[in-house]
Ligand binder design. Structure first.
Ligand code: HEC
Length: 512
């Protein structure tokens, strides 16, 4: 690709990163089954702008509204499979929803707000309300620009200056020389963690991560969100500017945006039975984003804070995963296969991470490598993004494609897909349930839990630990996000995934 085209692409991606990926890199979580009990039939509400003293006659420019929608809504309301079948990247759909009153009702709904993470600032809601009251025009008086051309916003935010400032902060990132505490951390991280997740203010009562070694000094876990995207984190030993330390690699693909961010360990704190490890953005430091993992015996509290690439004055809490280690045997088995643990670093980075190319977005504020393209797969985007560690380097990991043949009875259902240690069904093929829902002790063996949207039939697990799994498909007819007696369930089947392979399974036995 010619340099010019590529830098334009990157500038868009850079924007998308700050606005969408950081804000919403975990939005795929919000789409997972655990949260779908928030879905509800929606009463018709008249289009009322929020109460305001602002002058309703001041014309609102569509460009301003579009900016808000792009920043705050399109992670979920875009193809493929837009939430609530509402594709807000289409100006006419946004207009229709505004004129019908739903858009304004939902952004002002304190109980079920849009975005689901919480009410937008009052001025923003007032702006959208005024736009709707003026008939929701979708022509702009401003310079014509394409949907993704956000150069005007970038100039306004003067991000290149910000970039300079943050870039200079890079020198303040001082990695901690870990010694054998590095392996100690990786060993602690290993295991099947089951607990709860709080993400951008939303609570998910059940959540799990499955961490196992994938190399001599490298452990990995992933949340596989399904047809919309995924989010992985791996931790490894690295020689970073001559210091042996720990690095975290975090990111994934969400709605066609590839992102990988790198963090370095800068602090370990011991206090009354707990150990806290802090990782900070390898370029922007703690001002841009950081996470802490606190281990207390077999418990983990994992918090992540982000400033959305410096757009917020200081990082705010993005997620809290609070969990208990249920087992380590799968990690122990993987350790034997990959020669874990060894203190040999995965990467030697004498000059740290190369500054990512964010094109006209300005100087990179973060060690975040990004690319946006709905038509490309993760391998290709990883190369284009300049990501130093890519999926093809992780040769121990596998993939799995699951294709479900839908019968008419489940044609419209969201399909819940589970890879678990124990089968969900008994010899007769019925769900191992009690009181109408799956038994808790069976559900707690779930390792991965993506969904297949109504409009799709296939799902590919990427970055999958090889090993044995039980695969179960549940058609979520009662739309409560969990397997229950009201949902057709296909009999669990045992899969053995060899390292570095990509098998495909066709499921045609979910009963009608
Ligand atoms: C994290 C994902 C997510 C984000 C971000 C998000 N939405 Fe939604 N939205 C949903 C989901 C899921 C539903 C369906 C469930 C529900 O209604 O709560 C929905 C439903 C809606 C509906 C109701 C659809 C209908 O026709 O009744 C509207 C309107 C809406 N969203 C508007 C917005 C707007 C405007 C924004 C940005 C300001 C936004 N959403 C941001 C996930 C999201």
């Amino acid at each position: 690709m010619p340099r010019h085209a590529s830098s334009i692409r990157v500038s868009r991606t850079g924007r998308a990163f700050s606005a969408i990926v950081i804000a919403c890199s975990l939005c795929s979580f919000a789409m997972s089954g655990c949260l779908r009990d928030a879905a509800h039939p929606w009463p018709d509400t008249p289009a009322l702008p929020p109460e305001s003293t602002a002058d309703l006659s001041v014309a609102v420019d569509w460009a301003a509204v579009r900016g808000v929608i792009y920043d705050r809504c399109v992670t979920c309301h875009a193809e493929p499979g837009p939430a609530a079948d509402l594709n807000l990247t289409l100006a006419t759909s946004a207009q229709r929803s505004a004129l019908e009153g739903r858009l304004i009702a939902r952004i002002n709904d304190a109980v079920f707000p849009m975005p689901p993470s919480g009410l937008l600032p009052e001025e923003t809601r007032e702006l959208l309300g005024r736009w709707a009251a003026q008939g929701a025009p979708i022509e702009s008086s401003a310079e014509p620009r394409t949907w993704l051309d956000l150069s005007a916003d970038l100039e306004r935010a003067d991000l290149s200056t910000e970039g300079e400032r943050m870039g200079s902060a890079a020198s303040s990132v001082v990695p901690l020389a870990v010694g054998d505490r590095g392996i100690g951390f990786l060993e602690r991280m290993n295991g099947h963690w089951v607990g709860s997740m709080e993400l951008m203010g939303q609570a998910m009562p059940w959540f799990a991560f499955d961490y196992r070694p994938i190399g001599p000094s490298h452990v990995h876990g992933i949340f596989e969100g399904g047809t919309m995207g995924n989010l992985m984190t791996s931790f490894f030993l690295a020689r970073y500017r001559g210091v042996d330390t720990l690095v975290a690699r975090n990111g994934g693909v969400l709605n066609g945006i590839y992102r990988t961010s790198y963090f370095v360990l800068d602090r370990i704190e011991e206090r009354s039975g707990s150990t806290e490890y802090r990782f900070v953005d390898a370029i922007g430091g703690a001002e841009i984003m950081w996470m802490t993992l606190v281990f207390t015996e077999d418990r983990l509290e994992w918090e992540a804070y982000t400033s959305r690439m410096g757009e917020q004055p200081e990082p705010s809490r993005h997620m809290l995963f609070s969990a208990k280690r249920k087992s380590v045997d799968l990690a122990e088995r993987a350790a034997v296969e990959v020669g874990f643990p060894s203190d040999e670093p995965l990467l030697d980075l004498p000059d740290g991470f190369a500054a990512p190319d964010w094109g006209s977005y300005g100087r990179a504020t973060s060690a975040s490598y990004m690319w946006e393209d709905r038509g490309l797969d993760a391998e290709r985007m990883g190369v284009l993004a300049g990501d130093p560690v890519r999926i093809e380097h992780l040769t121990h990991l596998s993939r799995l494609t699951v294709s479900v043949e839908r019968t008419p009875a489940i044609a419209d259902a969201t399909l819940l897909v589970y890879l678990s240690r124990e089968p969900f069904t008994d010899e007769s093929g019925s769900l191992r349930a009690s009181g109408g829902s799956i038994r808790e002790n069976v559900f707690d063996t779930v390792l991965l839990f993506p969904e297949i949207r109504r409009t799709q039939n296939d799902l590919t697990f990427t970055y999958l630990h090889p090993g044995e799994y039980e695969l179960t498909i549940v058609a979520d007819l009662d739309r409560d996000g969990i397997p229950g007696s009201g949902d057709p369930v296909g009999p669990s089947r045992r899969l053995v995934i060899e390292p570095g392979t990509h098998p495909r399974v066709i499921v045609d036995d979910v009963p009608p």
